[in-house]
Ligand binder design. Structure first.
Ligand code: FMN
Ligand code: EPS
Length: 362
């Protein structure tokens, strides 16, 4: 069983994670891990914090001579911003609508929302990406690859670029990913990227924020990961929970997802033909089990909750109406969320692979 826990607050000393259950013998490197962390941190629309952090990562345990040992892996990512916050306490007195502030404060009995904001923050996703890196390396040994790209920012949708009709779905996914890596928003449509950037600039000027939609594809998946025999073993349910757990994600669908509900069965389902099926409207999972096709996941992220032109809120001490707390923030982080989703998907896929194949060493 592959499992992980994270610890750490956004402006505390740092973020850490323990990943348990990685088999021995997987080649890993701090350089590659740092590159993954960079992919998450960068991106048009991110705030000033992204330039403060450099996400230098320490692998504190579980790796010897560049290979995993089968022992728990501990990763530590110091927060550079800690030096600027040390010894200071900035209370959050007016909960930000859309953030965890209000519900968290009531739940844990605080008299302001700062402790909530510190742990609810997506700074924690740096640790998820670190764990996801190890999962990706395990999957790579089985030629399974996880890729992602952004398809919408606010009201602007990407037109996915015309790709050669002779390309396989695998090649198409890989090409979309390559194009996404060239875009500051991780969107394969480079023309739409320019309009999306303008939309982000306009939102920033108005003191507003944006969300969007991204897609994740898992290529090279064998038949049989996950199971229909129990609800909590279904691969789609596990992947949906993993992606939904990312800060700001409000919807997840597989293949044609909600679109399938409008179709008749004869149009919706993918005929079974050998050696390959002609379509993949199911998105690679039937009955909670991978069916050998590419797994396609689409997820929606809501706009960032911290607004520079804030919504109405209430002072939690005086109970008087006032504007929500304002502080430094991202304007849009959909591309970063997509990288986090790749990591979460890789962790679920690696767990399902280990379940099916077993193995202490790889
Ligand atoms: C990569 C990433 C960066 C984020 N940056 C911010 C931010 O700068 N400001 C903010 O208010 N919310 C940000 N969020 C979203 C909040 O963390 C999230 O909305 C909040 O934790 C509440 O969780 P929920 O939206 O899932 O309910 C970010 C989310 C992600 C994934
Ligand atoms: C620090 C990260 O994301 C943070 C997530 C976040 C939030 O509220 O979720 C708020 C912002 O933090 P700050 O107020 O320090 O600028 C983001 O920068 C990161 O992704 O590394």
């Amino acid at each position: 069983m592959l499992r992980f826990l994270t610890a750490g607050e956004s402006h505390g000393w740092g973020i850490a994670a323990v990943l348990d259950g990685m088999p021995a013998g997987v080649d890993v490197s701090e350089e590659e891990l740092s590159a993954e962390l960079f992919r998450r941190r960068k991106g048009y629309g991110r705030g000033a914090r992204a330039n403060i952090e450099d996400d230098r990562v320490l692998i504190a345990s579980g790796v010897i001579k560049g290979k995993t040992m089968g022992a728990p892996i501990c990763v530590i990512i110091p927060n550079n911003d800690y030096e600027n916050w040390k010894g200071k306490y900035v209370p959050i007195l007016a909960p930000r609508p859309g953030h965890a502030d209000f519900a968290g404060m009531v739940k844990y009995g605080f008299d302001d929302c700062r402790p909530v904001a510190e742990r609810a923050s997506a700074r924690e996703t740096a640790a998820r990406v670190a764990c996801g890196y190890f999962a990706k390396k395990l999957l790579e040994k089985e030629n399974i690859k996880v890729v992602s790209w952004v398809v919408r920012i606010g009201s602007i949708s990407a037109e996915l670029p015309p790709l050669d009709e002779r390309m396989s779905k695998k090649e198409v996914s890989e090409r979309l990913f390559e194009l996404a890596e060239c875009s500051e928003l991780r969107c394969p449509d480079l023309e739409a990227t320019e309009r999306m950037k303008k939309l982000i600039d306009e939102a920033r000027e108005r003191g507003d924020t944006l969300g969007g939609i991204f897609e994740v594809a898992v290529i090279g998946v064998p038949v049989g990961l996950g199971s229909y025999v129990q609800w909590d073993r279904k691969l789609d349910a596990r992947l949906a929970a993993a992606v939904m757990s990312i800060q700001g994600i409000k919807g997840v669908e597989f293949g044609m997802g909600f679109g399938l509900s409008e179709m008749v069965g004869s149009e919706a389902h993918d005929p079974v033909t050998l050696p390959k099926r002609p379509s993949n409207r199911a998105g690679g999972i039937e009955g909670g089990v991978s069916n050998g096709e590419i797994i396609f996941i689409r997820a929606a992220m809501k706009p960032i909750p911290t607004l520079q032109l804030p919504l109405q809120s209430v002072d939690v001490r005086t109970k008087e109406e006032r504007s929500a707390h304002v502080e430094r923030s991202d304007v849009c982080a959909v591309g970063s969320a997509a990288v986090v989703a790749e990591s979460m998907v890789a962790l679920v896929m690696a767990d399902a692979l280990l379940e099916m194949r077993g193995g202490d060493r790889w």
